[in-house]
Structures are given as structure tokens and as C-alpha cells.
Design a protein around this ligand. Structure first.
Ligand SMILES: NC(=O)c1ccc[n+]([C@@H]2O[C@H](COP(=O)([O-])OP(=O)(O)OC[C@H]3O[C@@H](n4cnc5c(N)ncnc54)[C@H](OP(=O)(O)O)[C@@H]3O)[C@@H](O)[C@H]2O)c1
Length: 245
């Protein structure tokens, strides 16, 4: 029976991941900001077959709460097989251009808070010498674009952190997985027009759980984003500056 911690458990993608583990009778420890949404999710996962479902409230930017949050989650489950970090926010880039406090808040939510939580969780995983840490970052972290570079900077920071963490924790048998989705149809992107490039959260969840099971290190989700981002990264900056992206 697997023991799973999900941080940002009310996210559309995280909810779908939790459903898949619930049907496998996992023990789930769900951490999220909105306690009423958490209660509803807990009921749903219990009906779907979860063995136990614990819930705990948190705000990503209350950094001083992170050590106790991680400690309590690991204590409740004993051994942790999977830790998924899924919380995030899509900044108003126009606002971030002029309001540095807003930009800092977004960098904290999408970047610094994740690194803070992982710092505490990594020590626990290193001690138990097993387990998986999966973080949902974004293809936006691969290259700064004028339309979302604050978000991209935060996600890129986490991806770089994960590369180093992977090298460190590989010696302890801990698997690190950086999931970089492209466009996913969730509440975060409700305002956007959708095209064939868009994936549904249940499809993304299947990709995530498959990669965790296979200890895969593939990040791009769905995989065709590997090719799109290869092209995006390859474009010389002087040409990139002329493109409206
Ligand atoms: N959707 C996409 O196209 C896309 C693409 C690439 C990467 N991503 C990333 O995928 C992850 C999941 O997002 P999603 O698309 O599933 O969106 P979502 O359903 O809108 O979920 C966002 C989650 O982040 C939580 N959150 C935001 N600020 C928080 C804070 N300060 N403290 C605690 N929780 C906070 C939200 O909590 P509440 O329920 O309380 O609001 C919600 O659970 C995010 O990291 C996002 O950046 C999304």
C-alpha cells in the first residue's frame, strides 16, 4: 500500500493524481489552502477506495509553517513513497512589470515556497533512502517570454533546484521527477482559448503516475512539448525579440 503526500492538493492536476492513487487503495496526506475544498476531495477519494485520507491546511507563503507541515505529514504516514508538489498561481504579468511586491509574491508562491518545502522534505527522503519527489513546474521555465517571464523565472528556478536535488538524492535511492506541462485545461487557465495543444488534467495525471512508477526522468508533458521547447530554446534572441509570444 502506497503512502502519498500531495501539496497543493486542490489543484485540478493534483486532484486527478489523487484519484488514481485512491483507486490503488493508497494512504493519502493532502495539504492545501482551501479547507472546504479539501473536505470535499477527502470524501470523494474515500468513496474511490483510498485507505486513509489525512488533510492539513497551508498557505505556501507562510514559510515558517513549512518545517512542521512536512514533519507532521511524514510522521502521520511513516514511510513516504511519493511527495507531489502542485500548488502554483498564474501571475498578471502586466501588473508584475510595475509592481515589484506583486512580482516577489508570485516568485514566492511559484518558486521560493516550493524550494522551502523541498528543503525539509529532502532531508526526510534522504533518511528513509527511498521514495519519489515530483514537482509540477512548467515549460515556461525553459525560456523567458515577455508575456510571462515572472512565472517562467519562478518555474525555472525550481527546475534548476530539482536538477541539483536529483544529483544529491540519487545516491540515496530517491527518485526526482520534474513535470513540465505545456497547456492544461484547469481553473488556472480558464480564461484562455483552447486549441489542439491543450491537455486535460486526467491525461496529465496518468502521465505523472506512469512516470513515477517507471522512475522515468522525462519532464515534458505531454511529450510533444519536448520538440516544441527545443525549437523555442533554439531561436536566437535577436529573432525571439521580434516574435510576439
Ligand atoms: N494549467 C496549465 O496550463 C499549467 C501549465 C504548466 C504548469 N502548470 C502548473 O501546474 C500546477 C497545478 O496547477 P493547475 O493548472 O492544476 O491549476 P489550479 O487547478 O488552478 O491549481 C492551482 C493550485 O495552487 C494553489 N495555490 C495557489 N496559491 C497558493 C498559495 N499561496 N498557497 C497554497 N496554495 C496555493 C491553489 O489553491 P486554491 O484551491 O486554494 O486556490 C490550487 O490548489 C501549478 O504549479 C501550475 O503552475 C499549469
Amino acid at each position: 500500500m502506497q503512502n502519498i503526500i500531495i501539496i497543493g492538493a486542490t489543484s485540478a492536476m493534483a486532484k486527478e493524481v489523487a484519484k488514481l492513487y485512491a483507486t490503488e487503495k493508497a494512504n493519502l496526506y493532502l495539504i492545501a489552502r482551501d479547507t472546504s475544498k479539501l473536505d470535499t476531495i477527502k470524501q470523494d477519494l474515500t468513496v474511490r477506495g483510498a485507505n486513509t485520507v489525512h488533510t492539513a491546511p497551508f498557505d505556501a507563503n507562510q514559510f515558517n509553517s513549512h518545517p512542521a507541515l512536512i514533519e507532521q505529514a511524514f510522521n502521520a504516514l511513516g514511510r513516504v513513497d511519493v511527495l507531489l508538489v502542485a500548488h502554483g498561481s498564474l501571475p498578471n504579468q502586466e501588473l508584475c512589470k510595475t509592481d515589484s511586491m506583486k512580482a516577489i509574491e508570485e516568485l514566492n508562491t511559484n518558486g521560493v515556497s516550493v524550494i522551502s518545502l523541498l528543503t525539509h522534505a529532502a532531508i526526510k527522503m534522504e533518511q528513509q533512502k527511498s521514495g519519489n519527489i515530483t514537482v509540477i513546474t512548467s515549460v515556461a521555465g525553459d525560456r523567458g517570454r515577455q508575456s510571462n517571464y515572472v512565472y517562467g523565472a519562478a518555474k525555472g528556478m525550481v527546475s534548476t533546484f530539482l536538477q541539483g536535488l536529483d544529483q544529491r538524492l540519487s545516491k540515496s535511492g530517491v527518485h526526482i521527477l520534474d513535470i513540465k506541462p505545456g497547456f492544461v485545461d484547469t481553473p488556472m487557465t480558464a480564461e484562455f482559448d483552447k486549441s489542439v495543444l491543450w491537455a486535460k488534467p486526467d491525461k496529465v495525471a496518468k502521465i505523472i503516475t506512469n512516470r513515477i512508477r517507471k522512475r522515468s526522468s522525462l519532464s515534458y508533458t505531454p511529450f510533444f512539448w519536448f520538440f516544441i521547447m527545443k525549437i523555442i530554446r533554439f531561436i536566437p534572441q535577436f529573432i525571439f525579440n521580434k516574435i510576439k509570444l
